[in-house]
Design a protein around this ligand. Structure first.
Ligand SMILES: NC(=O)c1ccc[n+]([C@@H]2O[C@H](COP(=O)([O-])OP(=O)(O)OC[C@H]3O[C@@H](n4cnc5c(N)ncnc54)[C@H](OP(=O)(O)O)[C@@H]3O)[C@@H](O)[C@H]2O)c1
Length: 248
């Protein structure tokens, strides 16, 4: 297991689910983890599962001042950013005609624009350090269309992969690496926190027993982010789901 001793890792959306599990997994490898999301109490709860040094920063990734504050607090605490994990995100389920314009705009703000803007902020830091890693959490929905009534969500997750591909090209010849993670159904708060929770609850109930746990997903991510893979399927279930839906 590769030790990440001394590395500074920012994880967005670390107050629950995959982000909280990633915070624990990075910390177990001796990284210093910055946990960020809007719910400070939940961040502190997640930080209690981290064996190494942590910093909890309340921030809304859609807010420019909060993003700046996140980077400032990280630099004033540890003066470097080695890994940025763009994980914060939410879902959306429902007939396109019934979803409000502001909900779709907000989905794009959280799921893709915040990733672009946070990356813009850390790149100069990583360039001055001479190395870095950006891990963008997309989804199987970033590669295929796996369900009805999720077109806006699928658009944001395809955009995460498109943005990541563009970054890889721009960063060729540097020691800043980029990869993108495609989980499939994972048992988190995602299905309660998304637009259209009630409409999708029946489907979610049926699938619950077949979902990955956040810890399984985090383990799969940590095992692969230092490989040469650009697209990472964190678990066997996610990899199989890709091949199943790709052929439909
Ligand atoms: N669960 C799945 O089946 C699944 C499958 C494929 C991909 N994914 C992706 O995995 C990522 C993590 O999701 P999850 O399943 O772990 O869901 P989750 O438990 O609902 O976690 C989402 C995280 O994002 C944070 N967040 C949401 N909006 C935010 C905002 N405006 N500013 C800052 N933080 C914000 C939430 O924290 P606060 O509410 O405290 O801000 C929470 O920590 C997402 O990008 C999701 O699209 C999930």
């Amino acid at each position: 297991m590769k030790s990440l001793e001394g590395k500074v890792v920012i994880i967005t959306g670390a107050s629950s689910g995959i982000g909280a599990a990633l915070a624990k997994a990075f910390s177990q490898r001796e990284a210093r983890v910055v946990l960020t999301a809007r719910r400070l109490e939940k961040l502190k709860e997640a930080a209690r599962n981290c064996p190494n040094e942590t910093l909890c920063v309340r921030s809304d990734v859609t807010n420019v001042k909060d993003r700046q504050d996140l980077i400032n607090q990280t630099l004033s605490q540890w003066n470097r950013v080695d890994i940025l994990v763009n994980n914060a995100g939410s879902g959306m389920y429902g007939k396109l005609e019934s979803i409000k314009e502001r909900e779709i705009r907000n989905l794009f703000e959280v799921n893709i624009l915040s990733i672009i803007f946070l990356t813009q902020m850390v790149l100069p830091i990583m360039k001055s350090q001479g190395e870095g890693l950006i891990v963008n959490i997309s989804s199987i929905a970033g590669l295929v269309s796996h369900s009805n009534n999720v077109a806006p969500y699928i658009s944001t997750k395809h955009a995460v992969i498109g943005f990541s591909r563009g970054l890889v090209k721009d960063l060729q010849g540097t020691k800043i690496k980029v990869n993108v993670v495609c989980p499939y159904l994972t048992l988190t708060e995602f299905f309660d926190a998304s637009v259209g929770t009630q409409e999708m609850s029946g489907i979610v109930e049926q699938l619950r027993s077949r979902m990955d746990s956040p810890d399984q997903v985090a383990k799969g991510i940590l095992n692969q982010i230092f490989s040469d893979r650009f697209i990472i399927f964190p678990t066997e279930i996610s990899e199989k789901a890709y091949f199943k839906f790709r052929d439909l």
